[in-house]
Design a protein around this ligand. Sequence first.
Ligand SMILES: [Zn+2]
Length: 350
Amino acid sequence: MKSSWKALFVIIGIVAMLLSACTTESQLPASDETIETSTVEEPKSEEEPIQENKFICSLTGIGVEDETETKYRPIAVMIDNEVSARPQSGLSAADIVYEMPVEGNITRYMAIYHHGASEKIGPVRSARPYFIDKALEYGSIYVHCGGSPQALKDIKDLRIDAFNDLVGTPVFWRSTDRKMPHNLYTNTRLMREVSSSKKLENKTAPQYFRFNNDFVVPDGGNGQNIVINYDKNYKVSYVYNEQEKVYYRKINGDNMKDKETKEDVKTTNIIIEKVGLKVIDKVGRLEVSNITKNRGYLITGGKLIEIEWSKTSRNGKTIYKNMNGEEIIINKGVTWIQIVPEYVKIGFGE
Ligand SMILES: [Zn+2]
């Protein structure tokens, strides 16, 4: 009798262990994120099929109505950020926006357009090689007006699909309310039309980030207010809005607004990449150390965590990892990526 009871307890123990192992395993993908597991996992609950029917933008993680919007090829547009170019138009329609230094103690933007539409984008400015390095990561069409000698050589040598106003691609116009070179504009409709007619819609957007299923406030330091002192005359800051779960963007202390819609420019995620910088010619053009690894920050949900970014080749994707070596998972929404020289002071706090 005694020994059979013992045997029964052992069996119960084993069954309990197996059950707990199964539970842990099946819970893992759900708490992580959907994209990687959706092909292997069979629907287990009523929620699963609903997720499968959603069309998800791979650059923002946002669900969109029309599947064709998720199939668009990304378009990277170089946007002027000199004083005469502000306020800019159409930045809010981009999925991802980069800001990087250029000669003249100022920065330039490169906005990645995908499912969003805008009737006016610009002012469009010239190409730089280190922006091309990022545009290549998306397989994007690169949109610019001229460029540095190296950038123009790169576009030719690497056979990059590009729309350049200086060679007359019919996607641009000059506005009359601003002076050259701060008055060149484009829009998503014209760019998509030319892209289709030139048969360039042959690439779709990569799965650029991993996204949290539900909004996650990271376990990090205080990231309610971020100040990036690019130059004594140029300061970018972000202020977190707890209700909207987004950051409002400011230039020299004033809210950044779209020239056309007058709406505030906002973002869900901010990534800061620290970089080495070198002046390479008499004009003051820069070389940015972006094919290497360095530190940075992920800022979302009012918190910030330290990260390490790495990039091993010009078209290789930049990988962002937390300090435990795990790839970061960001919140669904727009991301602004700030490329910041190591010497630039960054302020954090409430
Ligand atoms: Zn998109």
